[in-house]
Design a binder for this molecule. Structure first.
Ligand SMILES: Cc1cc2nc3c(=O)[nH]c(=O)nc-3n(C[C@H](O)[C@H](O)[C@H](O)COP(=O)(O)OP(=O)(O)OC[C@H]3O[C@@H](n4cnc5c(N)ncnc54)[C@H](O)[C@@H]3O)c2cc1C
Length: 407
């Protein structure tokens, strides 16, 4: 039997679930399908990453009732310190410093991805018009003039006015709809580990540019930080296989002494680093959101923030159309979402790609130039404040949810 809803979302990751909460909060009937059972998505071994949530994303989580389930486990960022250097070499004296007090808004929060997912599930609990089908992949979509029919892995069929693919970077639904991507791989791997340290981090996030790529130390609750260590692709497997003591020594050589003795706690994860942009983000009765639409280097910690902005903009576009009594799946409505998001995603993706290339090498003239650039930006107040507003996500046309208002 074919059941009916307003919107079917393929992918119950952080972007898909946030979008579903926004749409359901606006009164639409929403079904989210994901091949991963809820328990598996929350398991400690599934995803060891943290996310730097920009303040605009935090405001969105507040507006959607997600934040009360996450706040106690999220670490505010009061300062960001950016330096250039090499393992065992003192950081360049020309560094860049962002201070939340000067920005006038918090720079953001660091939250473990598993805690974000748990908060999203908690906020969804008890919402009668939001149904989570998991484990159940979105297996097929058939688009017709009046609606779209989705076939799920658990055998259910759903008829909706709109289908959204938030099924991650290798989106099967993007391919199913014939949307290609422009993309490439970086010769780099992202190594992620949680590090315990002797001294408090005082809510400071460090981005240390090493020859192999950025080495980010992101403050977590207690005396812990999350390491996002970009390393040459060829060297990463050897680092991943090191015994604990040798791995800790490698961390200490890059970390510096400012946090006292350091020790990796828990498992290590590694992620191949890639870039991609979908050639289109809408089709009749179909839209892409999150990593299904774009994947960027984690150098600036903006991938999830970009996806959450998709969710906020798509929810606003769809709910505005529904309030006017329009059919929310028509190309006219969806093109508004595409016009809103494409330029912003392209600009940020291009900027992170350029930053990655500029900061992932040890070529002396480039090193001198970027040191000088960091020093210059640090000395010019308006330039510094511009970058801080970027880090806080307070830039461009912000959807209502990201301003803390209802969608
Ligand atoms: C090392 C690293 C560090 C990062 N750090 C940051 C950071 O600090 N800040 C930040 O903003 N971003 C960061 N990012 C980027 C961020 O992690 C991603 O942008 C974000 O997780 C994308 O979320 P998503 O929901 O779009 O996709 P995903 O998290 O990939 O979720 C996709 C979901 O779709 C499901 N799915 C797959 N196939 C199907 C199907 N056929 N049907 C239905 N469901 C399906 C999957 O099970 C999954 O639940 C980082 C990335 C890396 C690699």
């Amino acid at each position: 039997m074919v059941k009916s809803c307003d919107v079917i979302v393929g992918g119950g990751g952080m972007v898909g679930l946030t979008l579903a909460l926004a749409l359901a909060g606006g009164g639409l009937d929403v079904v989210v399908a994901d091949p991963l059972a809820k328990d598996a998505a929350l398991d400690c071994g599934f995803d060891g990453r943290v996310s730097a949530l920009a303040y605009s994303a935090v405001r969105m989580f507040q507006a959607l009732g997600i934040w009360p389930h996450l706040e106690a486990q999220a670490q505010p960022i009061d300062d960001i310190l950016v330096t250039d250097g090499a393992p065992g070499r003192a950081p360049s004296p020309l560094s860049l410093h962002f201070d939340a007090a000067e920005a006038g808004v918090p720079l953001g929060h660091i939250a473990e991805n598993r805690h974000v997912r748990a908060a999203l599930f908690a906020a969804a609990e008890g919402m009668a018009n939001l149904r989570l089908a998991a484990p159940a992949a979105l297996c097929d979509l058939t688009v017709e003039a009046q609606g779209v029919t989705a076939l799920l892995g658990n055998g259910e069929s759903w008829r909706a006015r709109l289908a959204v693919a938030a099924d991650g970077r290798d989106s099967a639904m993007r391919a199913r709809m014939g949307i290609g991507v422009v993309g490439w791989s970086y010769p780099q791997t992202g190594i992620v580990a949680t590090v315990e340290h002797e001294r408090p981090h005082n809510a400071v996030a460090y981005e240390h540019f090493l020859p192999a790529g950025p080495f980010a130390i992101l403050p977590m609750t207690s005396n812990r930080s999350s390491l996002v260590w970009t390393e040459r692709e060829a060297l990463a497997p050897r680092l991943m296989a090191l015994p604990d003591q040798a791995f800790n020594d490698e961390i200490a050589a890059r970390f510096g002494a400012h946090l006292g003795a350091t020790r990796s706690a828990g498992p290590r994860w590694s992620y191949p680093l890639k870039f991609h942009l979908a050639r289109a983000i809408v089709r009749p009765r179909f839209a892409l959101a999150g990593d299904a639409a774009h994947g960027i280097h984690p150098i600036a910690g903006q991938g999830l923030n970009l996806g959450l902005k998709d969710a906020a903009a798509l929810a606003e576009t769809v709910l505005d159309a529904a309030r006017l009594g329009l059919d929310v799946g028509t190309l006219d409505v969806l093109k508004r979402y595409e016009r809103w998001r494409r330029f912003d995603s392209f600009t940020l993706a291009a900027a992170t790609d350029a930053l990655t290339r500029l900061f992932s090498n040890d070529i002396a003239p480039l090193r001198a130039l970027r040191d000088l650039g960091l020093g210059v930006v640090d000395r010019i107040g308006p330039a510094r404040r511009f970058f801080m507003r970027h880090a806080a996500g307070d830039i461009g046309k912000l959807p209502r949810l990201m301003r803390g208002e209802a969608a």
